[in-house]
Design a protein around this ligand. Structure first.
Ligand SMILES: NC(=O)c1ccc[n+]([C@@H]2O[C@H](COP(=O)([O-])OP(=O)(O)OC[C@H]3O[C@@H](n4cnc5c(N)ncnc54)[C@H](O)[C@@H]3O)[C@@H](O)[C@H]2O)c1
Length: 249
């Protein structure tokens, strides 16, 4: 298992689901983790659990859709842990669960504001903090980036946008020894997936998953952590599915 001894890593969306799983695993492997989420109580609780287990964790309340908040998050990680070596950007919101003709502009702006603009802000400022030192960033996109889903134009567009952002960022960052990759999870057992399924029953009935089960958040986090690690030293600009075979259907 790749070690992260003393590496300073930010995980966004760390209060829940894939982000919380990633933060726990990274801390267990020696990383100094900055856990960021707009859910202040939730992220504080996960950081507390990590610290009680002997890990090094700093909790930050942050809204990734707000550039000042993103700057403050990165500044806190840099000053607490002496710099920044990597990030897993997992914070995201589900679809408004409406057909295209009913989707409001405010709903579109909210989803794109967090999932795409927020990802841009995190990447931009994280990369700036890694210049001269190198590092790696993993953006959590979705299988929805490559599949059209019912009642999900906002979400699909936001996650497809992340792939374009990651590919272009990887090219800009290669000369700075900073790798940038995207992960495309399929249905994963987290609050977001259950909220999305309940709001959008038409969607759930249409997904074919050859492995016939949801992923556990730890299974997705493990792939993100591999991408972050030196074991993936020649991988950049990649968009990797962790979807139980859904993309193959
Ligand atoms: N669960 C799935 O089936 C699935 C599938 C594909 C992709 N994803 C993606 O994985 C990522 C993680 O989702 P999850 O399933 O772990 O969901 P989750 O709801 O368990 O966790 C998402 C976290 O992001 C946080 N967040 C939302 N908006 C934020 C903001 N503006 N600023 C800071 N934090 C914010 C939430 O508070 C929450 O803690 C998301 O980007 C999601 O789109 C999830």
């Amino acid at each position: 298992m790749p070690g992260f001894d003393g590496k300073s890593i930010i995980v966004t969306g760390a209060a829940s689901g894939i982000g919380a799983a990633a933060a726990r695993i990274l801390a267990a492997r020696g990383a100094h983790v900055t856990l960021a989420d707009r859910d202040e109580a939730g992220v504080g609780a996960i950081a507390e659990q990590i610290a009680q287990g002997g890990g090094k964790a700093l909790a930050i309340a942050a809204d990734i859709a707000d550039s000042e908040s993103v700057r403050a998050m990165i500044g806190a990680a840099v000053s607490a842990h002496g710099g920044l070596d990597g990030a897993i950007n997992s914070a995201g919101v589900p679809q408004a669960a409406k057909p295209l003709h009913e989707l409001g502009e405010a709903e579109w702006d909210f989803c794109l504001g967090v999932n795409l603009r927020g990802m841009f802000l995190c990447l931009k400022h994280q990369v700036a903090a890694m210049l001269g030192r190198g590092g790696a960033v993993v953006a959590i996109s979705s299988a929805a980036a490559e599949k059209g889903l019912f009642n999900s134009a906002d979400y699909c567009a936001s996650k497809a946008g992340v792939l374009g952002l990651v590919r272009a960022a990887a090219i800009d960052c290669a000369e700075h020894a900073i790798r940038v990759n995207a992960l495309l999870p399929g249905a994963t057992s987290t609050p977001l997936a259950f909220r999305s399924r309940d709001a959008n029953p038409k969607l759930a009935g249409t997904l074919r998953v050859p492995m016939n089960r949801m992923a556990e958040p730890e299974e997705v986090a493990a792939a993100a952590i591999w991408l972050l690690s030196d074991e993936a030293s020649y991988v950049t600009g990649a968009c990797i599915a962790v979807d139980g075979g859904m993309g193959a259907t």
